[in-house]
Design a protein around this ligand. Structure first.
Ligand SMILES: [Zn+2]
Length: 623
């Protein structure tokens, strides 16, 4: 729990999630329309024209039938407002007029400094951002920065839109201009703006650099990227490669020594996580109402130069490889992501790493392609050379995911030989296994099968199955199959729809001897609901946050009965529970019987065995 020591008590979270209204929370951000018992809207997490996003006030739960996004009020704030878990709890508590109690550690939010800390950090970065932008306009040495930006073809409008600034030379600009109280210095250190030396004195991390503020999806500044100015008059970087990997690797003490990294990023801080953030995403969302696709490039200047050329959908990772988190975020906004890399060896390596990280999130409907620029060009230089139209045509022609996948694997192999083809299969299979189940995986496996058999397969020819793909959709029932067997799932669906049913479940010890997969979770949920009788679906699910059980329960919570009738729901629930009990008893009986045949039954077991025998037969006659 970052920023705050101490755990938030479960009872408080239960109470809070029970008390807030998810409809109100969502509606203030995404206007909802009432539809029967639920509310709907066009989904904020994927692009759509007809609403498939529903919010259930009963369950205190949202679900999108289009993209599968779902969660509680807490989850919604985390996804939509991009908050951490404690931040979401704090926000909900604020709306409910409650104060968050923190267990242990002794620090509670009763301490106003503590409570405000994260807001303060945003405010500090906001001030630093303002300061740098002001310095670009006013500082006597800013002309070098302005000249550089102009020479790179940047207009004042785009520079202002991206909030580009200037960190003047010197070691103590921030302290001198923002104040030097201990508290402030501490916050500047926490946000990565100052570096504390061994003798406890602090100095500016960013000196004599062009500053690119990095914003979160809400537009708040959470960190910076700083680019050194070209030394003297000669423009060394013209045509020179931008070392993508070096961007984040700048040494902490990196000043203007020879060899100082060209780009320097804020370090990881409570507000800034490189593996999650994308430079330019906020600006893209602000500039475009509908994002057609997103182009992932390597540097700040690439994003800004493309925006200048009218291509507003470029984003950059921040000196790290693209992560699954990045991709999930991108795919919420559009269905197509194009990676843009240098055509040289390093670029191809980076592209392959991106592909590997993409595999687990390649759900059907998502498209990933790879664009390789001519050797020595980056998006900034290339778009200037060929212009927007041609650049966008090249994006259109980017290499499909599967093509890059197979080309790259086949490249070093002799596909005319049996060995080469066998090697392709052994290398491709573990990778393909990472793809989520669906048409894409199926098609690529078939493609692999053809490569393995055929000797003269033309690698650029599109897979012949492509056109048939839609007919190959596995039936929905199979796709949604989960690892919980149907009976337990059936019961959980009804229980999550109507948590009060738990009160009809009776004594749970009747399931204690069963060995049905999924039974543990069901009993755990029933126990919780029998003790905490006021929990609603949302608050129940919150108790399983960040566990596999939790994500499983969330999926089940999206279930809707065909006819929402309480009496029949209760009957289905009770009948299914009784059948489950029967199953447990039978299992136990079979186990004891097996032991008995081996002559291994203790006296106690023997008694249980007889009792079970009696019970099972009695029930048999009853039904
Ligand atoms: Zn959706």
């Amino acid at each position: 729990m970052r920023n705050m020591s101490g755990r938030i008590p479960q009872s408080f979270i239960d109470d809070l999630v029970n008390r807030v209204d998810i409809v109100e929370i969502v509606d203030s951000r995404v206007p909802l329309k009432k539809a029967g018992r639920e509310y709907t809207a066009c989904c904020p997490f994927h692009n759509e024209k007809t609403p498939s996003f529903t919010v259930s006030p009963n369950k205190q739960f949202y679900h999108c039938f289009g993209c599968g996004a779902h969660g509680t009020a807490v989850g919604f704030l985390m996804e939509y407002d991009h908050m951490s878990f404690p931040e979401a709890i704090e926000e909900l508590a604020r709306q409910a007029g409650l104060e968050v109690p923190y267990e242990g550690g002794g620090r509670t939010t009763a301490d106003p400094d503590q409570q405000k800390q994260s807001q303060d950090l945003y405010a500090i970065l906001e001030r630093a951002d303002q300061f740098y932008q002001q310095q670009l306009r006013q500082h006597p040495q800013a002309q070098r920065a302005i000249d550089y930006l102009k020479q790179r073809g940047l207009s004042g409008q785009i520079a202002a839109e991206f909030g580009i600034g200037f960190a003047p030379p010197g070691w103590d600009n921030l302290i001198r201009n923002m104040g030097n109280s201990d508290a402030l210095q501490e916050q500047l250190v926490t946000t990565g703006m100052l570096i504390r030396k061994d003798d406890d004195r602090c100095y500016d991390r960013f000196r004599d650099r062009i500053m690119f503020p990095i914003r979160d999806p809400r537009g708040r500044c959470i960190g910076f990227g700083g680019r050194i100015l070209p030394d003297g008059g000669d423009n060394q970087e013209k045509g020179a490669k931008k070392p993508a990997a070096a961007q984040g690797r700048a040494s902490a003490a990196g000043g203007r020594k020879p060899g100082a990294a060209k780009y320097l990023n804020s370090p990881e801080t409570p507000l800034f996580h490189k593996g999650r953030e994308l430079y330019g995403l906020f600006e893209a969302r602000r500039a475009l109402r509908d994002i057609p696709r997103l182009l992932v490039v390597e540097g700040y200047m690439d994003v800004v130069a493309l925006a200048e050329a009218g291509i507003r959908y470029a984003v950059a990772t921040l000196g790290t490889a693209t992560t699954g988190d990045h991709l999930n975020r991108l795919f919420r906004l559009c269905n197509e992501v194009v990676f843009c890399f240098d055509g040289d060896r390093a670029g191809r390596e980076a592209a392959w790493r991106a592909l590997e990280n993409t595999l687990p999130v390649m759900q059907d409907g998502r498209q990933v392609r790879f664009m390789f620029l001519p050797d020595g060009e980056d998006p900034d230089t290339q778009v200037k050379k060929v212009g927007r139209a041609r650049f966008e045509t090249d994006i259109d022609a980017a290499m499909p995911f599967s093509t890059f996948f197979f080309e790259r694997l086949k490249e070093p192999l002799n596909m005319d030989s049996l060995e080469g083809r066998a090697q392709l299969v052994s290398q491709a299979n573990p990778l393909l296994a990472k793809l989520p189940d669906g048409v894409m995986k199926q098609t690529m496996k078939e493609q692999l099968g053809r490569f393995a058999r055929l000797q003269d397969q033309n690698p650029v020819r599109p897979a012949p199955t492509g056109a048939r793909a839609p007919h190959r959709y596995p039936p929905p029932a199979r796709r949604s199959r989960s690892n919980t067997p149907s009976r337990v799932r059936y019961i959980l669906q009804r229980l999550l729809h109507q948590p009060a049913l738990a009160q009809q479940a009776g004594d749970l010890s009747r399931f204690s001897k069963g060995d049905v997969p999924g039974l543990d979770l069901l009993v755990e949920v029933l126990e919780i609901l029998q003790i905490h009788t006021t929990l609603r679906t949302g608050s129940l699910i919150e108790r399983f946050r960040e566990s596999e059980k939790g994500s499983h329960l969330q999926k089940l919570a999206a279930w809707q009965p065909e006819v929402d009738d309480e009496a029949s729901l209760a009957e289905e629930f009770t009948t299914a529970l009784n059948k489950l009990e029967q199953m447990c008893l039978q299992q136990r009986y079979d186990a004891l019987l097996a032991q008995s045949n081996l002559g291994q039954l203790s006296q106690e077991d023997e008694a249980e065995y007889r009792e079970l025998f009696r019970k099972l037969n009695q029930d048999k006659y009853k039904h």
